[in-house]
Design a protein around this ligand. Structure first.
Ligand code: 1CP
Length: 358
C-alpha cells in the first residue's frame, strides 16, 4: 500500500492548454506539438551543461534537470515540456546496480535471471526520490501555462533491460523468461509496475499535468502475448495514476505497435502514441473513438529537405483530423545529429496549419 500523496495545485491557465484539451478530446484551436527526446543530444546548449556530468547524476540534480527540461521549450516554443530523466532512474533509486553508458544506454551490473534476483528490486517509496518531486516543483513554477509531462518506463520495457542486461535487438532472453517461467515473469512485472506507478504518482503529486508511459520495446510481442503477459501490469501502472488524480491525462506509447494499438489504449490510456509505420487515420480505426492519438512523423524526416518535411507534416495533420484529439509528435525520439532548425520548422509548420474547410 502506498502512503497518501497530496496533489499540488496547478496553474488555472493550464485548463486551456492545447495539449490537455487534445488529450481530453476537446478539439483545441491549434494542434499541440512536442517531441519525444526534445531535450538532449541534438541541442548544443544541452551538451554544454552536461559536460563532465554523468547522465544518471544529471537526472538527480534539480537545478540541472530544470535547465535541461526548459531548453527545448525556450528554443522551439513547443506546447509541452517533458521532464528530463530516464526510465531507469527509479530502478537506480531502489538500489539496482546499473549505469547509463554514453553511446550505449542503460547497462545492468547483474542481469535478472532467477527468483532470487527479485530481492534485489525492492519497492519504491516516495522518500527515495525527493529530488524528483523537487525538480517537478521547480519546473512547474517556471513553466506557468505550459504543461509539464511526467513519464516512466512501462514494466515490459524495464524488464527487458533488467533481463538482457542492456539494449538488445531481439529481446530473446526476455521472451525466454516470459515463456519458460510465467509466474516469475508475472511477479517481476508486478514489482516493476509498483515502481513505475509510484514514480509517476510522485510526479503527479508534485504537479505534472500529464504523464507518458513508455513501453518502447513492447512491439516485439504478438497481440495474444501482449494481452496475457504485459497488459495487466501496464494497466496497474495507469490505474495508480488515475486513482491519485483522474484529471491528469495518461499517454501510452511503444514502437512497432501497429498490431497492439487497440490493446495499448485498453490498458487505460487517454492518448495512444503511434509510431510512424501506421498512418494516423488507420490508427484511429484500430484504437476507436474514445481516445486521442499522438504522433507520428518519422524522426528521419527531420533530415529531409524542407519542402518534403512540410508535405509530410501536413499529411499527418490531415490524417489526425480523423481522431477525437491529436497531439503532434514524432513516431519515436529526436535522433542525435538532428538539426535543431528542422525541429523548429516543424513546430512552426504545425502551429501555422489551418484545416481545409469541409
Ligand atoms: O548522456 C546522454 O545524453 C545519454 C542519452 C540519454 C538521454 C538524453 C539517455 C540514455 N536518456 C536520456 C533522457 C531521456 N530518456 C528522456 C528525457 C529527454 C526527452 O525526452 O526530452 C526520456 C523521456 C527517456 C526515456 C527512455 N530512456 C526511453 C523511452 C523513450 C524511447 O526513446 O523509447 C528508453 C528506452 C530509455 C533507455 C535509454 N536511455 C538512454 C538511451 C540511449 C536509451 C535507449 C537505449 C536502447 O536503445 O535500448
Amino acid at each position: 500500500e502506498s502512503p497518501a500523496l497530496s496533489v499540488a495545485a496547478r496553474d488555472p491557465r493550464l485548463n486551456d492548454a492545447p495539449l490537455l484539451s487534445a488529450a481530453r478530446r476537446r478539439q483545441p484551436p491549434v494542434t499541440p506539438v512536442w517531441f519525444m527526446r526534445q531535450a538532449g543530444r541534438s541541442l548544443p546548449e544541452y551538451l554544454k551543461v552536461r559536460e563532465g556530468i554523468p547522465m544518471l547524476e544529471s537526472c538527480r540534480r534539480p537545478e540541472l534537470v530544470t535547465e535541461i527540461t526548459l531548453q527545448p521549450v525556450r528554443r522551439y516554443g513547443v506546447d509541452a515540456a517533458i521532464f528530463f530523466s530516464d526510465i531507469v532512474v527509479p530502478l537506480k533509486a531502489v538500489g539496482v546496480g546499473l549505469d547509463i553508458k554514453p553511446g550505449v544506454g542503460p547497462v545492468i551490473e547483474q542481469p535478472f535471471r532467477t527468483r532470487a534476483d527479485l530481492e534485489r528490486i525492492p519497492q519504491l517509496h516516495p522518500g527515495m526520490i525527493d529530488d524528483i518531486a523537487e525538480s517537478v516543483r521547480l519546473l512547474t513554477a517556471e513553466l506557468g501555462a505550459t504543461p509539464l509531462i511526467g513519464f516512466a518506463g512501462a514494466p515490459f520495457t524495464l524488464a527487458s533491460y533488467l533481463v538482457e542486461g542492456g539494449p538488445s535487438r531481439d529481446l530473446a532472453r526476455t521472451k525466454a523468461l516470459m515463456y519458460s517461467d510465467p509466474q516469475l515473469w508475472a511477479d517481476l512485472l508486478a514489482r516493476l509496475a509498483q515502481i513505475s506507478g509510484e514514480f509517476l504518482r510522485v510526479q503527479v503529486a508534485a504537479g505534472v499535468s500529464a504523464v507518458q508511459l513508455f513501453d518502447s520495446w513492447v512491439g516485439a510481442l504478438p497481440l495474444a502475448d501482449y494481452l496475457a503477459f504485459v497488459q495487466p501490469a501496464s494497466a496497474s501502472v495507469l490505474s495508480a495514476v488515475r486513482e491519485l488524480d483522474p484529471g491528469v491525462p495518461r499517454i501510452h506509447f511503444g514502437v512497432q505497435t501497429g498490431e497492439l494499438l487497440g490493446a495499448i489504449g485498453e490498458a487505460g490510456a487517454d492518448v495512444v502514441g503511434v509510431d510512424f509505420r501506421v498512418p494516423l487515420d488507420e490508427a484511429v480505426t484500430r484504437i476507436g473513438p474514445d481516445r486521442a492519438v499522438q504522433g507520428n512523423l518519422d524522426p528521419a524526416l527531420l533530415f529531409a529537405p524542407r519542402e518534403v518535411l512540410r508535405g509530410r507534416v501536413h499529411a499527418i495533420l490531415e490524417a489526425g483530423r480523423a481522431a477525437p484529439g491529436h497531439i503532434f509528435n514524432l513516431g519515436h525520439g529526436v535522433m542525435p545529429g538532428t538539426d535543431p532548425d528542422a525541429v523548429k520548422f516543424v513546430v512552426d509548420t504545425v502551429h501555422a496549419w489551418k484545416p481545409a474547410q469541409e
